[in-house]
Design a protein around this ligand. Sequence first.
Ligand code: FRU
Length: 482
Amino acid sequence: PAPTPSFPLPSQHSQQAYDPAADFTSKWTRADAKQIMAQSNPNVTPGQNSMSPTVTMPEIPKDFPAMNDDVWVWDTWSLTDENANQISYKGWDVIFALVADRHAGYGFDQRHWNARIGYFFRKTNADPAKDKWNYGGHLFLPNSSIGNTEWSGSTRLMQGNKINVFYTATTFYDVAERNAGGGGIAPDAVIAKALGNIHATKDGVTFDGFEHTKLLEPDGKLYQNKAQNPGFAFRDPYTFADPAHPGKTFMVFEGNTGGTRGSYKCKQEDLGYRPGDPHAESLDTVNNTTGAWYQTANVGLAVADNKDLTKWSFLPPILSANCVNDQTERPQIFIQNENGKNKYYLFTISHQFTYADGMRGPDGVYGFVGNGVRSDFQPVNNSGLALGSPTDLNMPANAPEGPDPRQNGRQFQAYSHYVQPGGLVQSFIDNVDGVRGGSLSPTVKINFQGGVTQVDRSFGQNGLGPFGYLPTNVRVGGEGLY
Ligand code: FRU
């Protein structure tokens, strides 16, 4: 819909592609993100959903099933190849997820401090509505990964039965911090990988032989480090090939703009208002009165320097959200052919509580489209919002551990959305009207083309597909065997 008169117009973005190594970072601007409110209904009954149904995830029922009774499950990803295809390996679908013990005496909100990568498998031709995912346990042996906590990443099948697990090695130094959920000594975070073997038999899938390599630590220049901000973000590696640059392997990840926390000054290009827009904020007002400069998310880019993918170099971020939002998490690049041309969709998840002063948006997945991996990205639907949990954006932002009872009870129903081939969007259940999750959500479908996305409500039941539906679209080995 057209912006209502009291809102600024979105920034103009050309979608022009630049060389991946070029010093150009696309801006998700305040003018762009203000379209979220411009497109939200200011007059809903308090606590209803104020967003357009086209960007609202359908409501998850409160009586959702638990995927596993022993572990909470959150951020999840499939076994893929370098083109984001989801691989069936010798007749098995395999997924990887952050897991934490449900019976260890800490609560769901302490999961981050106790996270390990677990895996699940099920037959490729299983009925997704009936057949459960089999839990295979932790992927790595105890105390074998780099760091003491394993955060998100991605897993790629390489030659033969070799897999590369790219992950975030987070190290906490403080037992109190792990048990209390924050506030102690700041953790370290590095991006790492583990090369290992996948084995499939008629009984299931196992892994062994992992060799762990540290790949990247934040440099403090392009990417903020711990000395500059104890709450820095440096995580969630996702690797891919770009048909425009054959033979190269790239990685996107979550970062923050380099520099000491609080020292950033918002720039005109972070605001992104069109010249003469009567609803533009002035740079002085934003820099002198808001505190918006504390929010400095970016989506980082790195390129592999060798075929083994053990050596990487940073490139400038492909997107920044300076003065807009502090976290652009679990980024992924999804290339789609539109009218004979490759369009690069960058998807990333973000929260309501990480928005900058003066900005408001829901927990969900955000999208950007351009002509290359480094582009002047156009935010989808002009705002960037692709799919949010039902939220009354007229009310102040909350966090999942302490929602306002007057808010829509489903504002935190799901998070960590991951866009799969065919527009299937998978996520985990966080808080459905007070019932905490720790299990995979019903998969939903978005259709996207030309930078416009739309929830497909004809998919599944009123838009909700099977719980934890992560189908494979490419088969490797084992045809007819199982
Ligand atoms: C997203 C996230 C990731 C991180 C993980 C830690 O839900 O914040 O960025 O890797 O959760 O639990």
